[in-house]
Design a protein around this ligand. Structure first.
Ligand code: HEC
Ligand code: HEC
Length: 221
């Protein structure tokens, strides 16, 4: 019964998102998320390029790509870093700088990165690993209470910009892996949305995380 309920929740959820996506074609984006200024943002990111790349495509497997990520998600995460809710040793290097920035500045930075296109990745062609990653990402595993990732992150890993669900397609493998582990250990706990991922990641084994990260790295539209 519990499993059935979970199925209904996620089926219902993806219907809702489909409906939202349909509507988003007609309705204007919420004002705050259409007002980020790309040019202004470009003047605020000098200290970010060393790790995230000049165009938001990082070159290290452990550093997230920001290119093409949706504005709403980037904006929320930047606020968490600035306000000390999300912590990371490397990001701490720029926290004092972020603290000098206004909400509007953060919105401009988000617009800047969102405007670029994420570079694609290549999944490791290990049949067993890729098979498991594909299966889990697309369909989840009801017995282990793992929902399909597609219902929120999309078939191509494109995320949901209206809801602010992050895109994950083409993202760096090392970062995808460490993120899922950080949700699982509850170390990543900034904001209410992190609770969704904590409750999913707690059911994932190391091997399943490896398989999912490999699969997500390789999908993009
Ligand atoms: C020394 C390297 C380094 C520098 C410099 C740096 N970052 Fe990061 N950034 C990281 C790492 C590593 C992470 C992943 C943190 C984690 O695992 O929680 C990250 C995470 C992020 C995220 C969240 C990405 C996601 O998908 O959730 C954003 C947004 C971000 N950085 C923006 C910036 C901005 C804007 C600057 C410049 C003001 C900057 N970073 C400077 C290394 C860096
Ligand atoms: C009910 C919606 C939902 C489902 C289902 C879901 N996610 Fe998420 N996911 C989110 C949200 C919302 C966030 C952002 C959470 C936050 O703010 O920390 C997220 C964040 C992530 C991140 C971090 C992205 C980044 O840039 O830091 C990864 C990786 C991820 N999810 C992978 C998965 C995988 C793998 C699955 C399937 C096993 C999955 N998600 C299922 C909603 C969902």
């Amino acid at each position: 019964m519990k499993y059935l309920l979970i199925l209904f929740i996620f089926v219902g959820f993806s219907d809702l998102i489909d409906a939202a996506e349909d509507k988003s074609k007609k309705i204007e984006m919420p004002k705050t998320f259409s007002s980020g200024n790309v040019d202004k943002g470009s003047q605020l990111v000098e200290s970010c390029a060393a790790c995230h790349g000049a165009d938001g495509n990082s070159i290290s497997t452990d550093w997230p790509k920001l290119a093409g990520q949706n504005q709403k998600y980037l904006y929320e995460q930047l606020k968490y870093f600035r306000d000390g809710e999300r912590m990371n040793v490397l990001m701490m290097a720029v926290t004092p700088y972020l603290q000098t920035l206004s909400d509007e500045d953060l919105l401009d930075i988000s617009a800047f990165y969102s405007n670029y296109k994420i570079s694609g990745g290549q999944a490791k062609n290990d049949e067993e690993l890729l098979g498991l990653g594909t299966q889990l990402y697309r369909f989840g595993n009801m017995k282990e209470q793992i929902p399909a990732c597609t219902s929120c992150h999309g078939v191509y890993g494109q995320g949901n910009s209206l809801a602010g669900y992050p895109s994950v397609g083409g993202q760096q493998v090392g970062y995808l892996t460490s993120s899922l582990k950080a949700y699982r250990s509850k170390e990543r706990n900034a904001g209410e949305s992190s609770l969704i991922m904590q409750s999913i990641a707690e059911n994932l084994t190391d091997y399943e995380i490896e398989a999912l990260a490999n699969y997500m790295h390789g999908i993009y539209k």
